[in-house]
Design a protein around this ligand. Structure first.
Ligand SMILES: NC(=O)c1ccc[n+]([C@@H]2O[C@H](COP(=O)([O-])OP(=O)(O)OC[C@H]3O[C@@H](n4cnc5c(N)ncnc54)[C@H](OP(=O)(O)O)[C@@H]3O)[C@@H](O)[C@H]2O)c1
Length: 517
């Protein structure tokens, strides 16, 4: 999925160098790539933004981001100094056409200096509202024309509904060709998420049972402990469905459900994922109450800390009806998955930061072992864990030692941290390197974004039509509203509560092993 060569000489233009994303993700990721010798010798970041800081103060601001947020904090003098020599900044207003004329001149100068046609990347780390202006002005300055070596990176959110996503795609493809456009969903850069394909298609064991004959249902959970933090303005207009479900959870569903690809070619994988989206059974607006549940958090307690209710968060309307929790039941109508429910849920202020895909297998067809009162009889389950630890856990039944004869569920597990003993790259490291290399596998194609919006559009429409009367309807620090429990209980199932203890045990084992080395 990712190439193992270094990129060609690259000029990386960041629109929004003074922003949060640049500070928290982009510069730390580029710094790690630099430390790992992935960046080409001829590499330059050109940061554009409102802020007019002198270079020294600005570099120090970026350095603080690396110290606080990079997975490696090797921020000693020579390394940072060498990296910083690749960073340049310019104060610019993105609506000023002269900025783009100047860029054209700078591109030419660099090509001459480096003696080659460098790769040019425009990274839009800027608010969605200015995207159209930047793209238009890039087009007017003819900066999109060198198709093979010019790329544009677009952050989420990609629109706020199907109509706006379509219009964004139209606007982008008037200036850039689809092969130049890299729409980021950072979940796809995570190692475990990529490992879903390796696990499914590089092993013979699981694929034969990866279907409706053996799988009872699938649960995908992306739970956050945090509230809206400083993102109240954005989040109150978006909500859980737009912020998380339309992108991260649906992408996880695609990787879990897609058919085997015939090659690792980027469009082949993206085609297979798009087929899943197209096979998702449409939900009629009047079916939404039976297929989805929403919630908004009330005040509560998380790990001993009292937290506010959503409506009292900063930059949130005190009458807000925005959902901070969403759960949806989907079906993928094809031979493999017909009538197997996929339950997706995501929410804020839940008890833990956990992302998991649970594949729940069917019970054995005939049970010969005696039933032990007080012990449930869980059928096999495969847990793909993305957060807080990346790993895979298979649960199966084993005979409990001694008499009387009884069964106990046991786990067989693999965790990246334990197995490889090297830290996984941050998702942004993987994705930024792929953009430089021109590998679009882990990015969303235009038709995928539209298909994903199509899936959730009826739910958004139904929720817009009838305001919730019960918000807030779940306490912070609990696993969500009663309506979500009822959604799955109607099918005779229940949500799998993530086992936080199991993650703590792995972490303890890792710490003990590190101590011994
Ligand atoms: N932050 C995250 O963790 C995160 C995660 C996922 C996706 N994203 C997406 O990434 C993008 C950037 O997010 P962010 O959180 O970094 O936003 P941000 O903190 O508001 O940063 C945006 C930057 O762009 C600058 N800017 C805006 N309009 C400008 C203009 N016309 N001319 C010059 N500079 C201008 C702003 O400067 P001023 O402040 O001086 O106006 C600011 O420095 C957004 O699309 C967001 O949805 C962010």
């Amino acid at each position: 999925m990712t190439a193992d060569s270094r990129p060609r000489p690259t000029l990386f233009v960041i629109f929004g160098i003074g922003g949060d994303l640049t500070w928290r993700k982009l510069i730390p990721a580029l710094y790690n790539l630099f430390l790992d010798h992935w960046l080409p010798d001829n590499f330059q970041v050109l940061g554009l933004g409102h802020k007019s800081m002198n270079d020294e103060a600005f570099l120090d601001h970026l350095r603080q981001g690396v110290i606080q947020l990079s997975r490696r904090k090797e921020i000693d003098g020579p390394h940072w100094k060498a990296f910083a020599s690749h960073l340049t900044f310019q104060s610019a207003d993105f609506s000023d056409p002269q900025v783009y004329t100047r860029l054209a001149g700078q591109f030419q100068d660099l090509d001459e200096k480096w003696g080659t046609g460098a790769v040019r990347i425009f990274y839009l780390a800027s608010p969605p509202g200015v995207m159209e202006t930047i793209v238009e002005l890039l087009g007017q300055a003819h900066l999109s024309l060198e198709r093979e070596r010019t790329r544009i990176v677009i952050e989420k959110p990609f629109g706020r509904d199907l109509a706006s996503a379509k219009s964004l795609n139209r606007m982008l493809t008037e200036v850039f060709s689809e092969s130049q456009i890299y729409r980021i969903d950072h979940y796809l850069g995570k190692e475990t998420v990529q490992n879903i394909l390796a696990f499914r298609f590089a092993n013979t064991l699981f694929e034969p049972i990866w279907n409706r004959q053996y799988i009872d249902h699938v649960q995908i959970t992306v739970a956050e402990k945090i509230g809206v933090a400083h993102r109240g303005h954005y989040y109150d207009q978006a909500g859980a469905l737009r912020d998380m479900l339309q992108n991260h959870l649906i992408q996880l569903l695609c990787l879990t459900a897609m058919e085997p690809m015939i090659s690792l070619e980027d469009n082949e994988i993206r085609n297979k994922k798009t087929e899943v989206l197209q096979a998702i059974r449409p939900i009629a607006v009047d079916e939404v109450p039976a297929m989805a549940a929403r919630g908004q958090y009330d005040a509560g307690c998380i790990e001993g800390d009292q937290v506010l209710d959503y409506r009292r968060e900063k930059n949130v309307s005190p009458e807000s009806v925005t959902e901070t929790y969403g759960a949806v039941k989907l079906f993928v109508d094809n031979w493999r998955w017909q009538d197997v429910p996929f339950y997706l849920r995501t929410g804020k202020r839940l008890p833990a930061k956990v992302s998991e895909v649970n594949i729940q297998f069917r019970p054995v067809p005939h049970q010969v072992f005696p039933f032990s009162p007080g012990l449930d009889r869980p059928p096999n389950r495969l847990l793909i864990s993305i957060q807080p630890l990346e790993g895979i856990l298979l649960r199966f039944e084993a005979k409990h030692p001694g008499r009387p004869l009884r069964l106990t569920p046991v786990n067989m597990g693999f965790y990246y941290q334990e197995a490889f003993k090297i830290p996984s790259p941050d998702a942004y490291e993987t994705l930024l390197l792929d953009v430089m290399l021109g590998n679009a596998t882990l990015f969303m194609r235009g038709d995928q974004t539209e298909a994903a919006w199509t899936v959730i559009s009826p739910i958004l429409e139904a929720w817009d039509r009838s305001a919730p009367s019960d918000f807030p309807n779940y306490q912070a620090g609990t696993w969500g509203p009663k309506s979500a429990e009822e959604l799955i209980a109607r099918d005779g199932r229940q949500w799998i509560i993530p086992s936080l203890q199991q993650y703590e045990e792995v972490l303890q084992r890792c710490t003990a092993a590190e101590g011994k080395e």
